[in-house]
Design a protein around this ligand. Structure first.
Ligand code: ASP
Length: 304
């Protein structure tokens, strides 16, 4: 694997390998556990054109725990403010001698463009391109499910909420279906794209019917920043129809696993007692993100 641009088209063998490699990075550099030098002498650039808390910090820490030097780019305070284009910025950073670019951009396909235009030795990792894909998020979601439930094959996973604008949903759909899970997407009709059925998922619009069938619920944030007009009447109505709170938890399987990619809108798609409750693996996802990203960085850096 030369770049990680998305999970679409990735084989079950390649996905499983990444998850297995990630197991070996759990805890690296934490407390007394030593760091590693897989990326010693390598330069990793975080090229983030959209806001990020978890993904950016997680990639930065993962790269440092493997011995890399890390450069951090944000458009504000850079020459982007003077009109420099995305490709010119990337080419100039490349000229400093870099090995891996972790890129987040609002345009779908931006990472693919870098993979095409940067020097062939540079590896590109998609950290979220518009509403298209967010492969490491889906990998860490799947890693967390496997850790908690010991399998993926045969599970039913509900992706609930704003499917239309969610790159996390797309990457999860590709990864989970390839590994043999059944995926149900559930959200308001205006937030579920019509093409989604082509990806081999079941579409539902009534959360209460879906809840008892799922082993995992991944609660997706309403992406207010990507919506130009109101796609549902009010936040109150959204919460009533699609918010998961303790009342709704009574309708789920007793051991249902609750995931959310973060940031969460507390009191909208998830209530505080569910987010902080015993079924929630939200902070495990963040911890696992480090192992998954170390695995991806190290696999790409050794690929030819
Ligand atoms: N952090 C995730 C993303 O960048 C999910 C979200 O923003 O809701 O796609």
């Amino acid at each position: 694997m030369k770049h990680l641009l998305g999970l679409e088209g990735m084989s079950a063998t390649a996905l499983t390998r990444l998850l297995d490699v990630a197991e070996t990075y759990k805890g690296v550099g934490v407390g007394d556990q030593p760091k590693r030098d897989d990326l010693k002498g390598k330069v990793v650039v975080n090229l983030f054109y959209e806001p990020s808390t978890r993904t950016r910090m997680s990639f930065g820490l993962a790269a440092r725990r493997l011995g890399a030097d890390v450069l951090d780019f944000s458009p504000s305070g850079s020459s982007t403010a003077k009109g420099e284009s995305f490709i010119d910025t990337a080419k100039n950073i490349e000229a400093m001698g870099i090995d891996i670019v972790v890129v987040r951009h609002s345009s779908p396909g931006a990472p693919h463009m870098l993979a095409k235009y940067l020097h062939p030795h540079v590896r590109v990792i998609n950290a979220g391109d518009g509403a298209h894909e967010h492969p490491t998020q889906a990998l860490l979601d799947i890693f967390t499910i496997r850790q908690r439930l010991q399998r993926i094959d045969g599970l039913t996973v509900g992706l609930i909420g704003d499917i239309m604008h969610s790159r996390v949903a797309r990457s999860n759909i590709h990864g989970l279906t390839t590994l043999g899970a059944k995926v149900i997407v559930c959200g308001p009709t205006t937030l579920v794209p019509s093409e989604v059925e082509r990806w081999g998922v079941e579409v539902a619009h009534r959360l209460d019917d879906v809840l008892p069938r799922c082993d995992v619920l991944n609660l997706l944030r309403v992406q207010f920043e990507r919506q130009r007009s109101g796609l549902f009447p009010s936040i109150r109505e959204y919460r009533l129809l699609f918010g998961v709170d303790s009342d709704r938890m009574r309708k789920t399987k007793p051991n249902v696993l609750i995931l959310a990619p973060g940031p969460i809108n507390r009191g909208v798609e998830i209530s505080p007692e569910v987010a902080d409750g015993p079924r929630s693996a939200i902070l495990d996802q963040v911890t696992n993100g480090l192992a998954v990203r170390m695995a991806v960085l190290s696999e790409l850096s050794t690929s030819t």
